[in-house]
Design a protein around this ligand. Structure first.
Ligand SMILES: Cc1cc2nc3c(=O)[nH]c(=O)nc-3n(C[C@H](O)[C@H](O)[C@H](O)COP(=O)(O)O)c2cc1C
Length: 204
């Protein structure tokens, strides 16, 4: 795999999630640090945007799944306005993937299963941190973590209700491959109401 790979309609998978999986596997193989890190853009009901990095945990026929605090700013925005966009940039491969679509929560059972696999410190953090809320200082956060640690000493830590997964179901996925002379490849998949994917090329 070289940075100047091509991205050709005829060789791309007709299903963008399968195509994403192939590029994701290549990103993993390339040794890129955190290939699963993606920018997540949300917007308020009025359309004011905000963006941050989250980690993609799974991409399957449902879409792209990530985990967060359901009371965080992003989660509130997603509840008010379930339209979102995500973006991966794999610099070493000169590739970008963007997707746009609607967001739903995954099931509590699936969030439970994933939460149970997380390191204990992450589980404590999910309980201890009221993500996106102002706090008095660092010591307040550390104290909150100590309290949670003591409360669950010697026990399994259950998933807090306010923490879990979201799934972005894409209606658009774009694959961008950097090419020589700035004549980059851009292939966009769009899903119509009938759930059929169509592919077209855009000027870079
Ligand atoms: C590499 C990286 C990975 C991150 N992964 C997550 C994640 O998976 N879930 C999450 O809620 N926040 C994650 N964060 C923190 C978010 O970027 C953000 O600070 C936090 O979710 C609060 O965002 P909000 O106030 O807009 O809701 C990550 C940050 C970085 C830099």
């Amino acid at each position: 795999m070289t940075p100047l790979d091509t991205c050709d309609e005829r060789s791309l998978d007709p299903d963008p999630i399968r195509q994403f999986s192939a590029w994701y596997a290549a990103a993993e193989r390339s040794g890129i640090d955190k290939p699963m890190a993606m920018t997540l853009a949300t917007a308020t009901r009025d359309g004011a945007p905000s963006a941050r990095i989250v980690l993609m945990k799974q991409a399957d026929e449902r879409g792209f799944i990530f985990f967060t605090n359901y009371r965080s700013r992003k989660a509130k925005e997603l509840t008010d306005n379930p339209h979102a966009a995500i973006l991966f940039h794999w610099d070493a491969l000169d590739r970008q993937v963007r997707a746009e679509g609607t967001i739903t929560r995954i099931s509590a059972e699936e969030s439970d299963l994933y939460f149970a696999t997380r390191p204990r410190e992450s589980q404590i953090g999910a309980h201890a941190s009221a993500q996106s809320e102002p706090i008095a200082g660092r010591s307040a956060l550390e104290e909150s973590a100590r309290r949670i640690e003591a409360a669950f000493a010697g026990k399994e830590i259950p998933r807090p209700d306010h923490w879990g997964g979201f799934c972005l179901r894409p209606s658009m996925v774009e694959f961008w491959q950097g090419r020589e002379g700035r004549l980059h490849d851009r292939i966009v998949y769009s899903r119509s109401a009938g759930a059929v994917w169509t592919m077209r090329r855009l000027a870079p």
